[in-house]
Design a protein around this ligand. Sequence first.
Ligand code: 5GP
Ligand code: MN
Ligand code: MN
Length: 294
Amino acid sequence: MDYSHVFHNDPETFVEKMRRDDKLPCEKVEPIPLDAPKKEGYTRFVCISDTHNLHRQMRHRVPDGDVLIHCGDFTDLGKLEEVEDFNDWLSTLPHKHKIVIAGNHELSFDERIMANVRKSKADGSYCRFKFLHVIPEDICKDWPKVLSNCTFLHDAEVTVNGIRLHGCSWNPEFGGWAFNERRGQPLLQCWNKIPEGIDILLTHSPPAGYNDTVDPHDMCVGDVDLTNAVQQRIKPKYHVYGHIHEAYGYTTDGKCNYINCTIVDRRHNPCNKPVIIDFPTPEGAEGMGPIIQH
Ligand code: 5GP
Ligand code: MN
Ligand code: MN
């Protein structure tokens, strides 16, 4: 699609209208219990997000599975020491594959922010993100090396056991953090990079209408163009994300399953449970393919 939705700046009205016209069905899904045994012929994904440096203080143990997914905000500021600590923790988990995307709190993962930091270092100009001076530039260029215990995706896809996953970190402008983009055409252009035929889509921020409401009035703040892209073009079986801490949960529109797997709640307590996806493994498929950048 070339044009963003007419309600791109008003997800609340978009969702209200679409629900009224029955064009945006949303049913709650009962999650798989964390101690449920895995069935033969399935690949188990264990989804978490928004641990904000509290990965060792999670109330619930991360269950075993084939693939761990983290949908971003694993740090508070994206400092090198935070990323290294998260990477060390990943090595303690049993999952054969670990797939991670960045969130808006991983400031140093956003090239545009780092360019600003470099410029202010060079010419003394104002930089909003002073604390980023603790991160050596050469390391910023090569986060996959620091995140050595996982597969890092941004505008990229990977195939695990024949199941296609795509990850990206874009999120609607809010406070000038990493991967912020304006709603409307700029964000739509980001979503347009996601290919069709993806089985499990990973984003940091939610689509409008599915586990995307904030306090105090349960207002929808997810992106309208992401909902449209998911439902009308990409058509994944699962869409996994975090970002809105108030909106942890699992819902479906009858075709796609939506999972907000934020671990911290509205009070920043790491009390939410990881969410399990058991995905049928295509016959004969095994292992992880190369990362394909889009
Ligand atoms: P974070 O700073 O971890 O990315 O997001 C934390 C909280 O900020 C969310 O749980 C939500 O309350 C708020 N927030 C994040 N993005 C938005 C947004 O686009 N709109 C509104 N109203 N709140 C947001
Ligand atoms: Mn967060
Ligand atoms: Mn976030």
